[in-house]
Design a protein around this ligand. Structure first.
Ligand code: SD4
Length: 306
């Protein structure tokens, strides 16, 4: 049976990331390699203040990164609150491949990365430092959505740069195998030590090679509470389409916390074993990028509840 490879990822910055993943998929490479190569593009993009180097720091000025990766065999690796390393996704993959563990955090994750040849880097670039200095003037700690969200005033945002957050990527390769990756600098100006959904297997990312994969973006706390990506995959197992599964997962958030849900953004993205995909978000403004043999730069507007 011929499988048509496909890669999808969150937000329109997923287009460039998908194209890097496509280089791997198009040569019959592994989905695991594709998603790692793909999200590394977003991690390296300095104009993107929500992933990798150039990400906004926590409230104390430290850039701390969260990432995880999962393959078709259910192997997974994750790092949380990792500092000074520009490609947390590659450290997460190494945790998966070289250790008996799934997750390393903070100092231990940094030590592991340095011992394995990763270079120490300064992740706080001048534009992000400036945005942080601006934020310090008022120190308002509240989650800020993607820029299209109607519930906040974008003019007050430093650099007007909040229009993206986490990149989550799902790929199906020519061998019929699924893998996924998720990487972020987390919520801008978060508390020191705060970890979101993105490095939590089952919350920010989940893959089951029998069924499909899912990933999430937005306010991680609500995704962790509902074990969102695992839920989406389990719903697909029960026969839900990717879109219907994502819709049910965001509705679960609305049901649990109706007032909170109106004020925040969460988006889920899913891909099933047949290569069908779909998404659903709480608010408008969520987009995702799709890349297959036909078209490498498709951007789709996600459906939404509010
Ligand atoms: C997180 N889902 O850490 C990630 C990205 C984010 O607002 O900060 N969204 O919760």
């Amino acid at each position: 049976k011929v499988v048509k490879p496909i890669v999808i990822s969150t937000w329109d910055f997923g287009v460039a990331a998908n194209q890097a993943a496509w280089q791997v998929l198009n040569q019959k490479g592994k989905a695991l390699d594709a998603v790692e190569q793909g999200v590394k593009v977003a991690e390296a993009d300095l104009s993107n203040p929500t992933v990798g180097k150039g990400g906004y720091p926590d409230r104390d000025g430290h850039v701390t990164l969260d990432a995880c990766i999962m393959d078709e065999q259910g192997n997974c690796g994750s790092v949380a609150a990792l500092e000074h390393i520009a490609h947390p996704i590659s450290v997460a993959r190494l945790v998966m491949e070289k250790t008996p563990h799934v997750m390393l955090v903070g100092e231990g994750a940094l030590q592991f990365a340095l011992e394995n040849g990763f270079q120490r880097d300064n992740l706080l670039i001048p534009s992000s430092e400036k945005a942080w200095q601006e934020w310090l003037k008022e120190k308002q700690y509240k989650p800020i959505m993607n820029i299209e969200n109607k519930s906040f005033n974008t003019e007050r945002l430093p650099g007007n740069q909040y229009n993206h957050d986490t990149i989550g990527m799902l790929a199906l390769d020519a061998h019929g195998n699924l893998s996924g990756a998720c990487t972020t600098s987390g919520m801008a100006f978060k508390m020191r030590g705060r970890v979101g959904d993105s490095p939590i297997i089952g919350a920010g990312l989940y893959i089951d090679n029998e069924v499909g994969g899912a990933t999430s973006t937005g306010v991680g706390e609500e995704v962790i509470r509902t074990v969102g990506s695992f839920l989406v995959v389990e719903l697909m197992r029960q026969g839900y389409s990717p879109e219907a599964a994502c819709k049910e997962a965001v509705e679960r958030i609305v049901k649990k916390k109706p007032e909170t849900a109106k004020e925040i953004q969460v988006g889920f993205l899913a891909l099933n074993k047949k290569g069908e995909y779909g998404s659903y978000a709480l608010q408008s403004g969520f987009t995702y990028a799709v890349c297959d043999e036909q078209k490498q730069d498709l951007v789709i507007k996600g459906k939404h509840i509010f």
